[in-house]
Design a protein around this ligand. Structure first.
Ligand code: GRG
Length: 291
């Protein structure tokens, strides 16, 4: 099967399970609607695809991987809702649709984000109850750390206080490693834990770190050169906010070169993890993506 088709099938599977999990919980409509609005707004579903495809490659339980991946996508969606708020990036569009606070108001958007974060841990703790497996507990621990004060929240705080400051390449790398890298790493590592493959944890981490940096460099390039229609959000925001990015520090050509280098390294590792080739093609797709 062609990669595009494989990707679409995975995205459809994830979308169906995200809806199922939200619907089964029978959440009060007042908060269900804004939660569902942002979850349904689309997105590439990269993080759950990583958990799922790594688990598939390692012959783990893909049904459990799907739920772990969906929980990570709920966390990711919460972070986007909060990131778009006037107090943070103040964005009107996300994934081609009005941002959550533009539709439901700021207070409800904050609560929808909070609710999605908590719902993710409801889904994850349910998996722990069902499995009674120490490795699943380790996977949840990794996800908690990656989304909180030792991961994404810390990265976001550094990003906010760094506006108008001249970060050097190392500082930028360290900020993104927390802000976007940690959760990508957790999505990959969860796949290894679910598959009972602690023995290859280090190579999974190395793969995800290289992929995470390439992903962020491409994100910065797209903010510089991307098409608003294809991206589904406004471009040039980094420049407007006077933010240091891989493009402002390295220049566009060098940024492209580095994205390719990190991608090549990630593919080298991916080809040893996943013999089907899907993980390598996914890594390549993230380099050439237009959104
Ligand atoms: C509010 C705690 C808190 C954190 C926000 C992730 C994040 C931190 C902000 C998002 C802003 C941003 C543009 C980050 C750069 C990389 C990134 C996470 C892009 C969006 O992820 P994609 O490309 O989005 O996977 P889709 O829409 O495909 O899910």
């Amino acid at each position: 099967m062609h990669f595009d088709q494989q990707l679409k099938i995975k995205q459809q599977m994830i979308n169906a399970r995200l809806s199922e999990l939200l619907d089964e919980a029978k959440i009060n409509n007042i908060i269900y609607e804004p939660m569902k609005y942002s979850v349904d707004a689309g997105g590439k579903r990269i993080r759950p695809i990583l958990t799922l495809s790594i688990t598939e490659a390692l012959n783990g339980n893909t049904k459990d991987a799907l739920d772990f991946g969906c929980a990570i996508e709920f966390i990711h969606t919460y972070s986007l809702i909060h990131d778009d708020l006037p107090a943070m990036d103040n964005d009107d569009y996300r994934r081609g649709k009005l941002t959550n606070h533009k539709v439901f108001g700021e207070a409800i958007a904050i609560l929808a984000g909070d609710a999605l974060l908590n719902f993710a841990f409801e889904v994850l703790s349910q998996k722990l109850i069902e499995s009674n497996n120490l490795l699943y507990i380790k996977a949840v621990n990794e996800i908690v750390k990656a989304s909180g004060a030792r991961g994404m929240v810390a990265g976001q705080a550094i990003d906010i206080i760094s506006e108008n400051k001249k970060l050097n390449l190392e500082e930028l790398y360290n900020m993104h490693r927390l802000k976007t890298g940690a959760i990508i790493e957790a999505a990959c590592v969860a796949g290894a834990y679910i598959s009972n493959r602690e023995d290859i944890l280090e190579s999974i981490r190395e793969f995800s770190r290289n992929l995470g940096v390439a992903f962020q460099i491409v994100d910065d390039i797209l903010d510089f050169t991307g098409d608003e229609k294809k991206l589904g959000k406004s471009v040039g925001k980094d420049k407007e906010a006077n933010k240091a990015t891989y493009v402002t520090i390295l220049g566009i050509e060098e940024a492209k070169k580095r994205a390719k280098e990190y991608t090549d390294r990630a593919i080298e590792i991916a080809s040893n993890i996943d013999k089907s080739g899907f993980l390598s093609k996914l890594t390549e797709y993230l380099l050439v993506r237009e959104n």
